[in-house]
Design a protein around this ligand. Structure first.
Ligand code: ADP
Ligand code: F6P
Length: 318
């Protein structure tokens, strides 16, 4: 192993910069040359690649976004394009690639691996929806952003004695909604893994009113329903609700201490694995331990959401 490429792909996540830093510095420490590909797989397709030294990743550990920029590169879904990128990597003497991103990005890593390029995935997405790791880089920061936003919404909800529906991201997964909802004491949490039944939400609101609760926060994961749809359904029962769609604010901002910690460990672990000759897998965490899961398994499965946490949230906010 002499030369590696690192790239960030898909939706950016707070902590991606800290992961890039860890990959670059760990690789340099191991005596490797490191190049950064810009805008996700576009960097490989257009060969937009830059050498990275220790100072190129200075002062980024605390910054959101990604200095390498990211991208959704549709062209990379094409087998011919993947083949060309793999050939170019080999011609340029690149021995390994570290891909930092979510599910789609790791499918791209698997495609490279299948074409003879040693690839290692690092889970970077706010959604926490990757099999093979308990946490993805960016999730903790996004949850904290949501919690801070809901704290503010609660102030105005209390002042006006209103019901609010807060829609959060997560694609098809409800992890952001569940964690933020529990941390915020939301009156209802609507998750794709549980399903949306308006009657249940209405019943909880009624019970809350009966015992003097004058405001309510309903957190809905985008994969379950849109915030506006939930409000429309509540209106059918005579309940007026304001809607806040938190949107891309959840992806920005300085990464939390936990995400920096995770990024440092996983970025370094990806390089260590390549140096040791292990690839075709994603590095992840289980508790404090680093674990490796084959990319085929990562893209074929979805992590399970613990329904008992949702039930607990219901109990605590009733
Ligand atoms: P994320 O990585 O956050 O899940 P996307 O699903 O948008 O984000 O995927 C990011 C990029 O990964 C895509 O734009 C594409 O370049 C690449 N990608 C996604 N799916 C595949 C696939 N099946 N094969 C090869 N590359 C893929
Ligand atoms: O995967 C991260 C994520 O922020 C999802 O939670 C969300 O559904 C999606 O990306 C939004 O994508 P875009 O940035 O293309 O609007």
């Amino acid at each position: 192993m002499r030369r590696i490429v690192v790239l960030t792909s898909g939706g950016d996540a707070p902590g991606m910069n800290a992961a890039v830093r860890a990959v670059v510095r760990r690789a340099l420490h191991a005596g490797l040359e490191v190049w950064g590909a810009r805008r996700g797989y576009w960097g490989l397709v257009r060969w937009d690649v830059q050498p990275m030294d220790a100072s190129s990743v200075a002062d980024i550990i605390h910054r959101g976004g990604t200095v390498l920029h990211t991208g959704r590169c549709e062209a990379f879904l094409d087998a011919t394009v993947q083949e060309r990128a793999a050939r170019r990597l080999k011609e340029e003497g690149v021995d390994g690639v570290v891909v930092i991103g979510g599910d789609g990005s790791l499918r791209g890593a698997l495609a490279l691996e299948a074409r003879g390029v040693a690839a290692v995935g690092v889970p970077g997405t706010i959604d926490n929806d990757l099999y093979g790791t308990e946490r993805t880089i960016g999730f903790d920061s996004a949850v904290n952003t949501v919690v801070q936003a809901i704290d503010k919404i609660r102030d105005t909800a209390t002042a006006h004695e209103r019901t609010f529906v807060v829609e959060v991201m997560g694609r098809q997964a409800g992890f952001i909604a569940l964690h933020a909802g529990l941390a915020d004491g939301a009156e209802s949490i609507i998750l794709p893994e549980v399903g949306f039944e308006v009657e249940g939400v209405v019943e909880r609101l009624r019970r809350g009113r009966e015992r003097g609760k004058l405001y309510s926060i309903i957190v809905v994961a985008e994969g379950a329903a849109s915030g506006y749809d939930v409000a429309r359904r509540l209106a059918e029962y005579g309940i007026e609700a304001r809607v806040t769609v938190l949107g891309h604010v959840q992806r920005g901002g300085s990464p939390s201490a936990y995400d920096r910690w995770l990024a440092a460990r996983l970025g370094a672990a990806a390089v260590d694995a390549l140096v040791a000759g292990r690839h075709g897998m994603m590095v992840g965490v289980r508790g404090e331990a680093i674990v490796e899961t084959p990319l085929e398994q990562v893209v074929a499965a979805r992590p399970a959401l613990d329904r008992s946490i949702w039930e607990l949230a219901q109990v605590l906010s009733s």
